[in-house]
Design a protein around this ligand. Structure first.
Ligand code: AOF
Ligand code: ZN
Length: 372
């Protein structure tokens, strides 16, 4: 195997490891690290690690612990610059130097102002060979939530939308089930890979949803549930409130809310974040996202409804969209799944890349990704 091909294979392996942590490492990024040695012309992996739930231990120290003595003189591929700061854990760069690893290939620089190049510098000063930029685009995509939190002070926002073949999300008071079993599986997997699921109060009142990950064996990966609820109308006996001891429920409300209701919700264990109203007299969504990032969230999946999606499009914070279309029409008038602002944004090829449609059971899935 050629040296460059080995490096790339190891970095791909590290990216796969990093993906395991998505949705579970906030406020930290999910990083992957692989340590290998050469035996003749064959690479032998001696250590693997990824950021652990809650964001620590970091990937590198996990991989070094697995490699033990074998790390000496070995190489490491890591999906994000090793940290150099004394945070809640000691710096990974120091752990790498101590382990005797002689070469590090690192995909991208850590945007955290406490690191930002100083991890690479520390390694180089100690005589470790450092190369950066391998599979940079893939690593950036994987860390995009963390990058948004640190640089733009908001989480990455992905919309999940479902529509009938004639473009409706349902009728008022009732969201129609337009997704096949395969689509539901995809959505539940997506839930597990996000830090939080967000809905508007309309969806809570219409559907009384659980918003948990219900794939067998994955219940513990249910993320935080967030309701955008300007006037604090979330019912005390809703599923989101009744189950908030096992899966956190946060409500983002406006400044003027009935304090008795707020006390009752807090007594159940609901977290209430109050933010100013926007010009439409609803919670200012830009401000709401900023507060959620301050609480550490990096990746949010918005699951409804169309009005919330439109509100997010209006403040230009939609990063990705998964649009599921069922084969059946609604066949009458209903609520449009994609409202004009979002439709215009998604139709702009300069702003969004569009995937080819893929089959998801009987549904069709199209994904949009913001450019740049
Ligand atoms: C790494 N490897 O696996 C992760 C890193 O509060 P602390 O001490 O855990 O530090 C958090 C910062 O560490 C975070 O903002 C980011 O810069 C970096 N995350 N770094 O070397 C990892 N998760
Ligand atoms: Zn670290």
């Amino acid at each position: 195997m050629q040296a460059a091909a080995i490096d790339e294979a190891m970095m791909r392996h590290a990216l796969v490891l990093a993906r395991r942590g998505l949705g579970r490492t906030w406020p930290n990024p999910s990083v992957g690290a692989v340590i290998w040695r050469m035996q003749g012309d064959q690479p032998i992996v001696v250590g693997r690690g990824y950021t652990q739930p809650g964001g620590r231990p970091h990937a590198e120290t996990q991989a070094i612990a697995m490699a033990g003595e074998a790390a000496h003189g070995a190489a490491m591929a890591v999906t994000l610059e090793p940290c150099s700061h004394h945070g809640k854990t000691p710096p990974c760069a120091e752990a790498i130097i101590r382990s005797g690893i002689s070469r590090v290939i690192s995909a991208i620089e850590d945007p955290d102002p406490r690191v930002k190049g100083s991890g690479h510098a520390l390694l180089r000063q100690a005589g470790v060979a450092v190369e950066t930029g391998l599979l940079e685009d893939e690593a950036r995509a994987l860390n995009l939530g963390f990058i948004h939190r640190v640089i733009d002070h908001r989480p990455l926002v992905t919309l999940k939308l479902a529509q009938t073949s004639d473009g409706f999300a349902g009728v008022t008071g009732r969201q129609l089930m337009v997704s096949s079993a395969a689509s539901k599986h995809r959505v539940h997997l997506a839930r597990a890979a996000h830090d939080a699921i967000m809905v508007g109060i309309g969806t809570v009142l219409a559907d009384n949803p659980d918003l948990t990950c219900r794939l067998p064996g994955m219940m513990q990966f249910s993320p935080v549930r967030i309701v955008i609820d300007t006037h604090l109308n979330t019912p005390i006996d809703s599923r989101l409130v009744e189950t908030c001891q096992s899966v956190p429920t946060w409500i983002v409300a406006g400044p003027n809310i009935p304090f008795e209701k707020a006390d009752a919700l807090r007594a159940q264990g609901v977290v209430i974040e109050q933010v100013e109203l926007g010009s439409d007299r609803r919670v200012d969504l830009g401000l709401a996202l900023q507060r959620l990032a301050e609480r550490g969230l990096t990746r949010i999946l918005s699951e409804g409804g169309p009005l919330l999606a439109e509100g997010l499009a209006k403040v230009d914070v939609v990063d990705c969209v998964s649009l599921y279309t069922s084969p059946e029409p609604l066949g009458r008038d209903g609520n449009l799944a994609v409202l004009p602002g979002l439709k215009k944004a998604l139709g702009d090829k300069k702003r969004f890349m569009v995937s080819k449609p893929v089959a998801s059971g009987r549904d069709t899935l199209v994904q949009y990704k913001r450019r740049g």
